[in-house]
Every structure is written in C-alpha cells, then in structure tokens.
Design a protein around this ligand. Structure first.
Ligand code: F3S
Length: 395
C-alpha cells in the first residue's frame, strides 16, 4: 500500500498511518474490523476526504460517520445559506463515494456499529472511543477524524497505546461519593477531567447498574473536559472485575474523591445564570436514544411548549419515533425531532445570541463559538423550562 500498488489515495492514507505509528514507536500494523469517522463538515475535513478520493481511495472497512446537519430539514425551512448547504452536500458526496455508511450519528456504539470484546477498531468521536474501550472492551486509540478515515481506507492501524494490554490499566483511583441518581450526574462526573487529571480513571462508589445513556454522558464529558481514551468502573466494566485487575496489580498514581459539592461547583462553572429567561431547549449531544425521546414525549403529552425544543437523534431513532407515534406527540407540543444533526454546525445561525437550555455540558461548550450559549440543568428541569419559559430555581 505504501509503495502505491493500491493507488495514490491508499498510499497517502498509509503514509500518514506509518508516520503516526513511528511517532508512537509502534512495531507493526494490525488489521481492524470496524471504524467510525467523526467527519466535521468543515473545509479541511472535506479537502482531506476529497484528496483521498481523487487518489482513487475507497474504504475497505465501511465506517459509520458523525453528524453534520440534515440538509432536508434545514434547507426546507430556509435556515442555511447556499454556501453552507453546498458544503454539507460536498461532504455527503465525498463520503458516499468513499464508501462510508452515511449514518450521521455520534453514538454508533449503542446501535449501528457495536464491536465485541477484544475487537481492534478505529473510532474517532469523543464519546465513542471511551465507550467502546471501557464498556465493550474493544480496542481503539483516540483516533482523529482523519486518522480514522485513513484506517477505514487501509483496513489497518499502527499498534500502540490502548491496543496493547499494558496500556489499558488504570492510573487514577476516583472515589465517587456524590449521589449518582440520574443520567445527568454522569454528565457532571465526566466534566471533572481537570480534577481527575491525566491517565486512565478507575471509578469506585458508582451504583451497581448504570444505563447506556449515563455511560454515554460520562465518556462524552470526560473528553470535553480532558482527553480520555478509556476508564474502568470496578465490578462493572469488563476489564475491571476487581480493583486489583483494574490497576493491573499496581498502586494508583493518584487518588481523587468526587463529592456532591464538586458536581454542584462544576455545574455552576459551566452553566449560564439560571435566572435568565429561556429562549429554546436543545437535547441530544450526544444524540438521544429512543428511551430518552420516549421520556420527553411522555412528559409533553397533551401539553404545549412555551419555547421551541429541538431533540437531536439518529435517523434510526427518528424512524422508530415516527412508527411509535412519538413524533406526533412531540410535534403537537411544539418539539422537533431532528436527525443527522450536531449543535456545532452552521445551521443554527438563527439561535445566535439567544439563551438555550440543555442537559449536556458538551453542548454548552462547543457551539459557544457560534454564539449559542446555554443554561445547563437536568433533563426534567429543562423540559419544565421549555414549558414555562423560565428555569425553576434550585431545580
Ligand atoms: Fe454528537 Fe455533535 Fe455533540 S457530534 S456529541 S452532537 S458535539
């Protein structure tokens, strides 16, 4: 591949991967069986994808891809400029020709692209890499969108980092003393990256059962507040049946305690002042599951929202919600279910300068650069705020 026998595009992808491997002292390349590419629908990303395409590259492993924005939804409502719509169309065309699975969803690991224990894969996307390493016990480094695309094209990755047993043990013991009684608390726990510090965290003190939404939130926020490829939860994640197994028999390099006060303080730090009037609510960063959509529909049945509500989901969840008549309930209340779309996209220009409310610190973080700012609260408080136009105090 490196010598160009498979074409220029493949040689280019392999050259990049060999350089990555050399920089991490990898000894060999190993085959992958899955990939997820966090495409970003931005100039540099499209330039790179088109360059590989022009060189004749095609994906040997068809990767799922991240959301951009739904062309049909935003174009039909006149909410995107011609220039931005053209950019999304170019992204679509390039990845279609490369042979990607055009899923436009950032939580493939719960539904459409689920690896098994020990499987070697190449996943980019902040919530995806920790989920597949920690929860499924699959193996991927924190790929970037470009390195994951190269891996999808060549079908190989350099073997280093989290692909090797010795790098998968915990470094930091994180004793959670906070009350972890909602999925929202996992958003806040994940946002403690600064306090947790560098390395692989090993959590203790968490409940016996943790749902996939909570685990999604934990991984997404760990990588918003820091850089984490995996974590362990003792007695819960597959590589941490015991504390000793999680640390590989070594002593933790650091110990950290997380209390309710820590979570309260981080919420205060990341949220806009909750006394501001709310202009809209937005959920689904990472994309919401069908259960989360069902919960909102249950809360909104026979009610009318005072403020618009946008719920971002995968096309699969959208289809299921339509079949189950959840979409009808939501639309009647004034809420919209939108597939294929990320909050950090140019399709939200109409929300610039307005005050949103969300349950996701990640949503409050990235789209700031687009003038979208958020009050952060738990889901039920956000729903109440969209029903009344204001945040219940102490909620
Ligand atoms: Fe997904 Fe975009 Fe949030 S990719 S996690 S919806 S920033």
């Amino acid at each position: 591949m490196l010598d160009g026998k498979h074409g220029k595009g493949v040689a280019y992808a392999m050259k990049i991967q060999v350089a990555i491997g050399e920089s991490f002292d990898a000894k060999r390349m190993v085959p992958i069986t899955r990939a997820h590419v966090a495409l970003s629908n931005q100039e540099a990303d499209i330039w790179f994808a088109e360059k590989l395409l022009e060189g004749g590259a095609r994906c040997r492993i068809a990767p799922t891809v991240n959301p951009g924005f739904s062309l049909s939804y935003f174009k039909s409502r006149g909410l995107v400029s011609l220039e931005n719509a053209a950019m999304m169309q170019r992204t679509h065309d390039a990845y279609q020709k490369l042979g990607a699975v055009l899923s436009y969803n950032c939580t493939p690991y719960v539904m459409t692209n689920v690896p098994r224990f020990g499987e070697i894969v190449a996943f980019s996307e902040s919530s995806a890499t920790p989920y597949i390493n920690s929860v499924w016990g699959a193996r991927s480094n924190r790929e970037g969108a470009n390195s994951a695309l190269c891996a999808a094209i060549t079908g190989f990755v350099p073997e280093y980092g989290l692909l090797l047993d010795e790098n998968r043990f915990g470094d930091i013991l994180v004793e959670v003393q906070a009350t972890m009684d909602s999925d929202f608390k996992y958003h806040l726990l994940g946002y403690m990256g600064k306090k947790i510090g560098e390395g692989i965290p090993v959590f203790t003190g968490l409940p016996d059962h943790i749902g996939s939404e909570a685990l999604t939130n934990l991984g997404a926020q760990l990588n918003t507040s820091g850089a984490y490829g995996m974590y362990h939860i003792v007695g819960f994640t597959p590589e941490a049946p015991t504390l000793e197994a999680a640390f590989g028999g070594r002593e933790p390099a650091r110990r950290v305690v997380i209390t309710d006060k820590d979570l309260d303080e981080i919420l205060e730090e990341i949220s806009l002042d909750g006394r501001k009037p709310v202009d809209y609510a937005m959920f689904g960063c990472p994309h919401y599951t069908l259960d989360q959509v069902r919960h909102i529909a249950g809360r909104l049945e026979n009610k009318i929202l005072k403020r618009p509500m946008y719920i971002l989901v995968s096309s699969h969840v959208l289809e299921m919600a339509e079949r189950m008549a959840l979409t009808a309930i939501l639309e009647k209340a004034g809420a919209e279910l939108i597939a294929d779309t990320c909050p950090d996209q140019p399709c939200w220009e109409h929300l610039r300068g307005k005050t949103g409310i969300t349950d996701s610190p990640k949503m409050a973080y990235y789209p700031k650069r687009r003038g979208m700012e958020f009050i952060v609260r738990d889901l039920d408080s956000c729903i109440d705020a969209a029903l009344t136009g204001e945040v219940r105090q102490n909620g």
